[in-house]
Design a protein around this ligand. Structure first.
Ligand code: BTN
Length: 322
């Protein structure tokens, strides 16, 4: 039946049952059976007498097979686990990593029942509207370097959003992505390591893609790509773009051992720079965000004593922005 799917995918308009049967050397009854099975999997196939069949939702279908199709990467997403529902893709990816899942393994869920955000927050992950995905990465780096991976994911995701939707995506250091001042993407990176060795890193990326509305308590601060660009966005294409951009940045990072090569691109998208920020932590303070270092840290000038300081990780809120 997937051979039928491929033929329909390649065809612009209708394709007759007779042509499908001839092409695949199967009977028209077998074609009909295949069409029925594809419909059961969620593919919308229009059937019109004397014209044949037409795939009506090729861009909105989202499953393991669709994600595998046409992915142009070497490692990222070359092994895919797709769940209709799971608690959180970060947990699944962690379990798979412990069982030896290879570098670049991608875990995707249609719905998360216990989506996790940073600082113990819940990440709403409803069915069918977003991209809830985690990766297994096995870089040979020191634990202290791992925060750069989060920045790479943020950069790759922002670039992918711009490429797919034309929206301008701003990165709030280290890795929230804001569109027109509201958050559309969150990234939660978890790691398994010893003092001097990283076993694996699990970046979990959540993208509000086709969400039509948010509950009142977050509507002021959250948005989706659909709400910002006014059209349905293909999750399949967006996942592909994120993986492709991430693979390129990740390879550069491993080859050069630094964030320096991505710095210019990151700076351009980073909305934190030049702003007054509130650095949270054990002793919160106000500062001006000056620059990003070649290690991916935030360089700030403290408001209280005028001294420059490097912020490694943690929460930074921008004054006047969420
Ligand atoms: C944040 O901004 O607080 C981070 C949100 C991270 C959400 C993603 S969705 C995929 C992965 N699974 C989770 O439970 N969380 C991350």
């Amino acid at each position: 039946m997937y051979r039928i799917l491929e033929l329909l995918r390649r065809q612009e308009g209708f394709l007759s049952g007779e042509d499908i049967g001839r092409e695949l050397s199967i009977t028209r009854a077998a074609v009909w059976k295949g069409i029925k099975k594809l419909r059961e999997e969620g593919y919308e196939i229009e059937a019109v007498t004397n014209r044949g069949y037409r795939l009506t939702n090729p861009e909105t279908m989202y499953n393991k097979r669709e994600l595998e199709q046409g992915l142009k990467t070497k490692t990222m997403g070359q092994t895919i686990y797709f769940y209709e529902e799971t608690d959180t893709t970060n947990n699944r990816a962690r379990e798979l990593a412990l069982e030896g899942a290879p570098e670049g393994t991608l875990v995707v869920a249609e719905k998360q029942t216990a989506g996790r955000g940073r600082r113990g927050k819940v990440w709403e992950s409803p069915l069918g509207t977003g991209i809830w995905m985690s990766l297994v990465l096995r870089p040979q780096i020191m634990p202290a370097e791992a925060s750069v991976l989060t920045l790479l994911c943020g950069l790759a995701t922002a670039e992918a959003i711009e490429a797919e939707t034309g929206l301008s995506a701003g990165i709030k250091w280290p890795n929230d992505i804001l569109i027109n001042g509201k958050k559309a993407v969150g990234i939660l990176t978890e790691m398994d390591c010893e003092m001097s060795e990283v076993h694996f890193v699990i970046p979990g990326i959540g993208i509000n893609v086709n969400t039509a509305s948010f509950p009142p308590e977050i509507a002021e601060i959250a948005t989706s790509l659909y709400l910002e660009c006014g059209k349905t966005v293909s999750r399949r294409r967006l996942v592909h773009k994120v993986l492709e951009r991430l693979e390129e940045h990740y390879e550069t990072f491993l080859r050069t051992g630094s964030f320096a090569a991505m710095l210019e691109d990151y700076r351009k998208l980073c909305i934190t720079l030049g702003k007054e920020v509130h650095v949270l932590g054990r002793e919160p303070f106000f500062a001006e965000a000056l620059d990003i270092t070649s290690e991916g840290e935030l360089l700030v000038r403290r408001a209280d004593n005028g001294k420059e300081e490097v912020v490694f990780s943690g929460e930074v809120s921008i004054r006047g922005v969420i």
